[in-house]
Design a protein around this ligand. Structure first.
Ligand code: ME8
Length: 688
């Protein structure tokens, strides 16, 4: 019997910056799905990767003063490192630059589409958004990108065009006949309306750009970055154009008539993406595949957007959340590896998958304490303690009777089916709500049965056997069901339950009441999820966030002020980078540098680095925030003369407004040294 295959992809992420909670969200969700599918007996290929071509990346590398090849290779490693931190299991990684296999895939796709008459060369005159790597349709919003709102650049060049319009009817027919193709349903409606409004042919090459895949037979042009990126879904499982690996034949549906011993007629392919890139996946990608004569994936699933404290995360606002400090701080305070489970559980439980959601440290810690520490962790230690204390650590053999039957009914078929159905539909929040509902029933059952009050009487002891068996078996079932979402802790519960092998190898689809063998020896319980002090944990996360924020840039300015993470991060890569370009005296005159005197100084709560200052700059007293708290005490600062950039745009750091910037030099270790005067100088004097 052939094992059914399941191929799941995340988007391949732009290798232009450190990955944040948004990239982590898609990858975590996919990891949970991959684990679930493996537990259902599927042969799963799980692909993630990095998107490394395009003008946006080339410019980012240039700004960082690093060769683009090195720039993307370094970013690529940051993604892999994060996947290690998040315990992302058994995945394949595809990268698009410096990858000859991928060049072959992309060029083959282009050549097939050309042969089939779907590509023509013509003049393109219009606007291009380098941020979203897309041509902006005239007429909609002439000078700005209708996705990101940024100004689009005017380009005029001979380009290769893809006849997207030729696929309009076929796309609409596909959405109609295959409702599973775009999910959730409300996203399908959006896509359908977009296609119904009419499709324009799209330019799929760029002239003169070097950082991309050369157009086959026309070295003056490179392939449009989205054509390149989407094709990585094929490269990632061994597609090489004409030459195809057995893996490709197994995981991708094959054209009718393609005979191979490994061809799997039921190959199921799911592309998981954020809603921002739905159009590329649900409109362009099927057309590119059809043009090359290849079958389509089964489903494009677009999930929603994660906001931070109800705000859109953006590098310019400085409110981008990174997963590493969250995981590290929780691990540290709990003294156990639980941060990863905490983050995964919180994101998949609190956010209804498909819809937009919110990330807050407070919400995360509330969930952790309520559902993981007081919920699953507490149940697990209660049950194992009772088995250890009352039955010497051996799971009792229950006589058939009423007590476990009640629990059996509660934690059996309908619940198990409901959980599996939710996972099948990627409704993680529903799956977890059902599982935690079962957990509450077990808690309630124990409260009602009061096994701790059992006497030595034979009847009581028999009943105790039944209750302990039922509770331990329920714990086993809960561990299996929640494993795809919280893999680390459930694996520990599995070991504590004295079960053989790895929990990951269990079949969730064959899970039934009664699988726990009487006589199994359980371990003495160790806390799975130690309770955390919420305030302390939030502070620790914030401190660690400060630590991973990139160190001081080379310019003589304060490390944290006015620096957006992306800029600061770039400068970290700039080891030995070039000095900034020369500017005219007029440029310099635009900077309003003034002598100020520090009136008050206090640390910003919850951070190691930030100091809030009020500074008299002659014309007024300003509030500033400076990243100097590790090097100066408030006492050293008050009364001191400093140099202030007085005409910087105000911005908030940790919610505290900073209206200007204090100037400092940066020592080799990254520490700041405040600029000072050796002679008397009046407050408010201008520097020039
Ligand atoms: O678009 N909330 O790469 P990208 C939820 N290279 N998900 C988020 C998110 C947020 N705040 N921010 C990012 C690209 N994501 C292309 C893809 S695929 C052939 C090429 C997730 O680095 C979400 O999955 O901008 C989104 O689609 C993806 O990151 C975009 O990643």
């Amino acid at each position: 019997m052939t094992v059914p295959s399941f191929y799941l992809t995340t988007p391949i992420y732009y290798a232009n910056a450190r990955p944040h909670i948004g990239s982590a969200y898609t990858t975590i969700a996919c990891d949970a799905i991959a684990r679930y599918k493996r537990m259902c007996g599927y042969d799963v290929a799980f692909l993630t990767g990095s998107d490394e071509h395009g003008e946006k990346l080339r410019r980012a590398a240039e700004e960082a003063g690093v060769p683009v090849e090195r720039f993307v290779a370094e970013k690529r490693e940051l993604f892999k490192e994060l996947w290690r931190t998040l315990g992302i299991g058994d995945y394949r990684f595809v990268h698009t630059s410096q990858n000859l296999d991928h060049v072959r895939s992309v060029q083959w796709m282009i050549e097939r589409a050309q042969e089939a008459g779907y590509i023509e060369k013509k003049k393109y005159e219009g606007r291009y958004c380098i941020f979203d790597e897309r041509y902006v349709a005239e007429g909609t919003a002439p000078a700005t990108c209708d996705i990101c709102g940024r100004p689009a650049e005017l380009v005029a060049e001979d380009n290769y065009f893809f006849k997207l319009s030729a696929f309009q009817d076929r796309l609409l027919g596909h959405y109609r006949d295959h409702p599973e193709f775009v999910q959730p349903g409300y996203r399908r409606n959006e896509v359908r309306s977009f296609v119904e409004a009419g499709l324009r042919d799209i330019s799929i090459s760029r002239r003169r750009l070097k950082w991309g895949i050369p157009w086959p037979g026309d070295p003056e042009q490179v392939v449009y970055v989205w054509y390149d990126a989407l094709t990585s879904y094929l490269t990632g499982i061994g597609f090489r154009g004409a030459e195809r690996s057995e893996d490709f034949k197994k995981y991708w549906p094959q054209p009718a008539g393609a005979a191979s011993s490994t061809t799997n007629p039921h190959a199921e392919v799911v592309h998981m993406i954020g809603k921002d890139i739905l159009r590329f996946h649900a409109v362009y990608w099927p057309a590119f595949l059809w043009a090359a004569g290849l079958p389509l994936p089964k489903t494009i699933f677009a999930h929603g957007w994660i906001y931070y404290e109800q705000e859109k995360m953006s590098k310019s606002k400085g409110n981008v959340v990174y997963p590493e400090p969250v995981v590290a701080a929780i691990d540290e305070l709990a003294g156990a590896k639980v941060g990863n489970d905490a983050l995964r559980y919180y994101l998949l439980r609190d956010v209804v998958f498909g819809q937009d959601g919110n990330f807050s440290r407070d919400g995360l810690l509330t969930r952790y304490n309520a559902d993981l520490a007081n919920g699953l962790g507490n149940l697990s230690s209660r049950v194992l303690t009772m088995v250890s204390n009352s039955r010497g650590g051996a799971v009792p053999r229950p006589a058939p009777a009423e007590a476990p039957r009640r629990l059996f009914e509660l934690s059996s078929k309908p619940h198990l089916i409901a959980v599996r159905q939710s996972y099948e539909r990627f409704e993680f929040s529903d799956a977890l709500t059902t599982i935690w509902g079962m957990l509450e029933l077990v808690d309630k059952f124990l409260v009602e049965e009061k096994p701790w009050a059992a006497t030595e009487a034979v009847g009581d002891q028999e009943r105790l056997d039944q209750v302990l068996y039922a509770a331990t078996e329920s714990l086993r079932i809960l561990a299996v069901l929640s494993h795809p979402v919280i893999p680390d802790a459930t694996e520990r519960i599995w070991q504590q339950l004295g079960q053989e092998g790895k929990l990951a190898d269990q079949r969730i689809d064959q899970l039934e009441w009664g699988g726990l063998k009487p006589g199994t020896r359980v371990a003495r319980p160790e806390p799975v999820f130690p309770r955390l002090d919420k305030k302390q944990a939030i502070e620790r996360i914030e401190n660690m966030e400060e630590e991973i924020r990139p160190p001081a840039p080379k310019e003589p300015v304060m490390p944290s002020e006015g620096k957006q993470p992306e800029r600061a991060e770039s400068s970290r890569l700039e080891a030995g980078a070039t000095t900034p370009a020369r500017i005219s005296i007029d440029d310099f005159a635009k900077v309003d540098l003034r002598v100020g005197e520090v009136k008050t100084a206090e640390r910003v709560a919850g951070t190691d680095r930030l100091m809030k200052l009020t500074v008299d700059i002659g014309s007024e007293v300003r509030q500033l925030v400076a990243g100097i708290a590790q090097n100066y005490t408030p006492e050293q600062l008050v009364g001191r003369k400093v140099v202030v950039v007085a005409n910087l745009e105000p911005r908030k750091l940790r919610g505290v407004e900073s209206n200007g910037m204090v100037v400092a030099a940066t020592r080799p270790d990254g520490g700041p040294v405040l600029c000072a005067f050796t002679e008397e100088v009046p407050v408010g004097s201008r520097l020039k």
